[in-house]
Design a protein around this ligand. Sequence first.
Ligand SMILES: [Zn+2]
Length: 313
Amino acid sequence: MRGLVLAGGLLIAACAPSVAKGPTVAPPTPAPPPLELTCAGAFAQGGVVVCRTSPGATVFVDGQERGAADASGWVVAGFDRDAPASASLTVRTATETRSLDVAVAARAYAVQSIAGLPQQTVTPTDPAVQARIAREAAMKEEARKSRAASSDFLDAFLWPVQGIMSGAWGNQRILNGEPRAPHYGIDIAAAEGTPVRAPADGVVAMANPDMHFEGGLVMLDHGQGLITYYLHMSRLDVAQGARVVQGQQIGLVGKKGRATGPHLCWRMRWRDRNLDPSLAVQALATARASFAAGAPLDPGAAPPNFTPWTPAP
Ligand SMILES: [Zn+2]
């Protein structure tokens, strides 16, 4: 491509003197290729997508500035549980802007009723417990701001534990009879002590063995604001600030915190948006494969819906 452009330019330059005696006409500068923006992944509520653009391009999602592409041009973004039917992705360099409007598939969420939780984990009244909750909320808020200078989101994510899906993502929850916030995790029931493994490389943004709601909690930062959470663990095997690799054991399945039995509650956030990790397992592997094959997927893959969990009476 470059060779052809050069040949054309030389040809024009060689011809110019015989055409006219006026000022020398400069050979035309070849137009730069248009700013690239291609995306692949789960274009659905709770879904995550990977895009490729110019290295360092500024990223805007739904009109809001959301950091910059990495040194190879990779970007990760996600759509919230109740995201509207379309989203806009925009990238900008010093000279160019490129936008994509994408459809975001809507999902249906079930209502999930859970009874028998310790009341102090549902409506805490003890001032000491309330103070502890506030303290821990501030710690989580701080950990959420973690921004590892990495692009570990490019790993094809694996399941952190094998088990039975006991609580779907996004369910509207009723805890001990009271309507509460949606469930932003997927619950995977497994025997106490089952190893929990990092689904992708990352940096430990938080590791606390004893949180009021979460029990043993680990948060992993996979870059550009993509952070995963592992709740209720009985033991943690990593410390804050450590770098973990895909498949590394980070702790053991437990039932600490607000839990009725041993399970891993797996959560994912992209900046201030809650994502469905089960979509990420599918979407990040698919995105990686499609970019490797040089053919990013078109938006629109339908997300799976899991059977809602009915707890035993
Ligand atoms: Zn959960």
